[in-house]
Design a protein around this ligand. Structure first.
Ligand SMILES: [Zn+2]
Length: 393
């Protein structure tokens, strides 16, 4: 489970798209082919950054305990030279990458205070995905298929796509199967398009389905594609195999490697499917209403894991969000309200008895027959538009 969670959070790492300012930013991800020396240096960067991240987190917590105040990332950065004196091996690593970690710690705290969820955790060597940031001073050479990285130099890459624009931050990551990637954020100088008007008839609501991937307020149900379903079936087989092998044995390691390869395949397949679906939905509609994550007791059913759903769904919502930005469409994020599946979208009757297993129900008041998920999707659309004053109550 832990592995799955990490892998799915990994998707977020490379589907980074930020909309700061008025220019479009796009993320590109390329595979890197470092030499043995270079991969050692990359590993060293990853390890040193993890060390600085954990140190910064520890400093934050300690300062708060001692003086009741938080230490800023600027003050933490001032302490890095001293940290380097105590740990001279840090000198071999790009200083800006190290400073990038104090920024990451600060962001983790901001997220924690804003979303009131998980307290920032120490980074572990055991995480299947390892990474470090390159805030600036790197170069991409399309002619020679190389990326020049500070302190390491030119690394071979497969630059399958070209782009023009200003290079913003980059992130180098290493997957659980030992592959290196670089994700590059590029600002292309094009203005973000003006948002198009939307109305009741040009808006859809989407709900996360229990048996389907997504359910749309139009009544359409979108299943996971068969190739992904097959991989997910295979995943269960491989997970069982790992559990059966003796802890610490060579066979267990082999089984784990196979599992990691499959996880990567699933991530790619899932991303591909989500990209196509989100592009279609964003192109065909002016506004899309989605509910912020609340999994209606799914966590209690053995078949579903909250972590898995959270990350799969949120990576899909992220894709909807940035594609909307590109195309001037709107995403209406609706806060958690009364459970959307339990309210009759026709008359507003609240069916408090609706259980997770009930796929269909009939409203005792207005006698409308509901498909559980379609009703929820319609409510998501309806309540989002009420928030926009586009529908009367
Ligand atoms: Zn009703």
């Amino acid at each position: 489970m832990f592995l799955i969670f990490i892998l799915f959070t990994y998707q977020k790492i490379y589907i980074v798209l930020k909309s700061i300012g008025h220019y479009m930013k796009k993320a590109f991800k390329f595979r890197l082919y470092p030499t043995i020396d270079q991969s050692n240096q990359l590993s060293q960067h990853i390890g040193s950054c993890r060390f600085v991240y954990n140190w910064a987190l520890d400093q934050k917590v300690k300062t708060y305990e001692q003086i009741g105040k938080s230490i800023s990332r600027f003050d933490l950065n001032k302490l890095i030279p001293n940290l380097k004196k105590q740990n001279p091996w840090l000198e071999e690593v790009n200083s800006q990458s190290l400073q990038g970690m104090t920024k990451q710690v600060e962001s983790a705290f901001t997220r924690f205070f804003r979303e009131k969820n998980v307290f920032p955790k120490f980074k572990s060597k055991k995480n299947p995905i390892q990474s470090f940031p390159i805030p600036q001073h790197y170069n991409v050479d399309f002619e020679n298929n190389t990326v020049k990285v500070p302190k390491i130099g030119e690394i071979k890459a497969v630059l399958h796509k070209t782009f023009e624009g200003e290079l913003k931050s980059a992130l180098i990551s290493k997957s659980s199967t030992g592959k290196y990637y670089i994700s590059i954020l590029v600002e292309d100088g094009k203005e973000v398009p003006v948002k198009q008007m939307f109305s009741e008839s040009t808006t859809i609501g989407i709900d996360v389905g229990i048996t389907d991937f997504a359910v749309i307020s139009t009544g359409e149900k979108v299943e996971n594609p068969n190739y992904l379903k097959n991989s997910l079936k295979r995943l269960k087989v491989l997970q069982k195999r790992v559990r059966r092998k003796q802890n610490g044995s060579k066979n267990r390691e082999k089984a784990k490697q196979k599992l990691a390869v499959l996880h990567e395949k699933i991530t790619t397949q899932r991303n591909d499917f989500q990209h196509k679906l989100s592009f279609k939905l964003v192109s065909e509609n002016q506004a899309i209403a989605v509910e912020t994550l609340d999994f209606k007791g799914m966590i209690k059913t053995p078949h579903f894991s909250k972590a898995r759903f959270d990350s799969v769904w949120s990576s899909f919502v992220t894709k909807l969000e940035y594609k909307s930005e590109w195309l001037g469409k709107t995403i209406l994020m609706m806060g958690k309200f009364e459970p959307s599946s339990k309210i009759c979208h026709v008359c507003g009757y609240h069916n408090s008895k609706l259980a997770l297993k009930d796929r269909e129900w009939k409203c005792p008041d207005c006698k409308t027959k509901h498909d559980r998920d379609v009703n929820a999707a319609i409510n998501i659309k309806k309540f989002s538009l009420i928030d926009q004053n586009l529908i009367g109550i």
